[in-house]
Design a protein around this ligand. Structure first.
Ligand code: SDX
Length: 431
């Protein structure tokens, strides 16, 4: 952060308070209000944090007006075209693209941690078969701290590193186990000869009764979906991970908290909700009815996969995802997929409608991802678990960045209290 030697002056009841201004590498300046309460005895008020920078970070930058997304300065479009998920993981975690040797070492470290403790199989059996896989993942990931006692000390950089590698390596295994458990099929062990995305497809779709060959195009599409979901600045689930981590909670508990937050339909749960919405619309001729409902203030219905707190232009990830959808469906010979037709027509109509244009509502990352995952054979209930396993690296990179701060403090917001003023207890006989 660059100190500008500039200040903003806040005048309260005739008294002036100087707020230092800091300038970022990219994006808006920030007003430093850290001393405001001590000096002026006032809080700022920003529910939903629409105008609040909660931390300093060097990992991901989003320009919502331009529809730009950079990971350590590299545009997501270039990473989607030239990189792959594990290389993006390395970039997010360590700040630079790896050399060939560093990539081999990182890949080996992840590959050698893909299996979970065998006792975890029993842990799964405590869940109902019809549990939502996200419920299972929240439970199992939180329980990792009951299995991996040698990587819980957040003050030991080596243990932080081991916990990070373990989670990046094991989340696909756990997500695949949650899927297999929900469909009554046996768990499939990871295969170290496969790459990260291919291994996930193998653990999800292979069965002991026959050989399973990973389709390289589907594996590439899976890898790209993982990459597009890897990190996204200070979104709700990342902020949850940072807040949980600020108390010194162990990394597994923090990531479990992030998974829980991501589950919400306003956040990562939107990919499942979006495909279910597209299926409910069913045909292009029913789109106007849903557009009308989305605009009706008295109707809680919203177009899932549309709108974003930061993007007031196209979500760059949605553009890449849309291209991927065409490729994957073409490969699978799924021509004229009715859901994709509805999605494309819905996008076209919405982007011409004054309501969406005036509110700058565009398709987001969740609008097309479900169509690809559905075509690949995943049930809608697995969409958010795939988002969660993909975002784990972003959560961990942000958590490591926070833990590594010199003067890291526990997060503890204040409030605008509107409850009753001080009053005395009244005995029940007099109420
Ligand atoms: C993700 O933060 C991140 O980076 C998240 C994410 C990531 O990678 O981590 O990008 C992943 O969560 C993507 C978003 C997935 N969610 C959805 O697709 C659900 C549908 N979208 C919305 O619920 C909404 O757009 C949010 C939650 C995404 C953003 O909400 P905001 O920023 O709080 O905006 P808002 O709710 O105040 O909406 C502004 C206006 C409102 O109208 P007014 O009150 O001004 O009249 O736009 C309207 C809203 O009613 N609006 C919509 C709409 N989204 C916003 N109207 C219809 N359909 C929608 N989808």
């Amino acid at each position: 952060m660059a100190d500008t030697n500039r200040t903003a002056t806040l005048t309260l009841d005739g008294k002036a308070f100087d707020l230092p201004i800091h300038s970022p590498t990219l994006g808006p300046d920030v007003l430093d209000i850290r001393k405001l309460y001590a000096e002026a005895d006032v809080f700022t008020f920003d529910p939903g944090f629409t105008s609040t920078a909660a931390c300093e970070s060097a990992i991901t930058f989003i320009d919502g007006d331009k529809g730009e997304l950079l990971h350590r300065g590299y545009p997501i479009e270039q990473l989607a075209e030239h990189s792959h998920y594990l290389e993006t993981c390395y970039l997010l975690l360590y700040g630079e693209l790896p050399t060939a040797a560093q990539m081999v070492d990182f890949e080996n470290r992840v590959t050698n941690h893909t299996m979970v403790h065998e006792q975890m199989h029993n842990f799964f059996r405590g869940f109902r078969r019809d549990s939502h896989p996200m419920a299972t993942m929240v439970g199992v990931v939180g329980a990792m701290s009951a299995f991996y006692h040698d990587s819980l000390d957040i003050n030991d950089p080596w243990q932080r590193e081991v916990a990070a590698i373990r989670m990046i390596a094991k989340l696909p295994t756990i997500a695949a186990m949650a899927y297999k458990y929900s469909i009554g099929q046996p768990f499939v062990y990871p295969k170290n000869s496969l790459d990260y995305a291919g291994n996930f497809l193998h653990m999800c779709f292979s069965v002991p009764a026959e050989d399973y060959v990973v389709n390289p195009v589907l594996s590439k599409a899976m890898d790209r979906i993982m990459m597009l979901h890897a990190d996204h600045e200070q979104n709700a689930s990342t902020s949850t991970v940072r807040l949980a981590g600020s108390s010194g909670a162990n990394p597994f508990a923090c990531i479990a908290a992030g998974i829980a937050c991501l589950w919400g339909p306003a956040h990562g749960g939107a990919n499942q909700a979006c495909l279910e919405m597209l299926r409910e619309i069913g045909t292009v001729d029913r789109i106007p009815e849903y557009i009308r409902r989305a605009k009706d203030k008295d109707d809680p219905f919203r177009l899932m996969g549309f709108g974003h707190r930061v993007y007031k232009n196209f979500d760059p990830r949605a553009k890449v995802m849309k291209e991927s959808a065409d490729e994957v469906l073409e490969l699978l010979g799924v021509h004229n997929n009715p859901t994709l037709q509805v999605a494309k027509e819905l996008e076209r109509i919405a982007l011409e409608d004054d309501y969406f244009v005036s509110k700058k509502l565009y398709p987001n990352v969740d609008f097309y991802s479900g169509i690809i995952l559905d075509a690949m054979g995943f049930p809608t209930a697995m969409f958010t678990p795939i988002f969660a396993l993909s975002r784990t690296v972003g959560w961990i990179a942000q958590w490591k960045e926070m833990i590594g701060e010199k003067n890291q403090k526990i997060g503890r917001p204040r409030q605008l209290y509107v409850g009753p003023a001080n009053r005395d207890y009244v005995d029940v006989r007099h109420r």
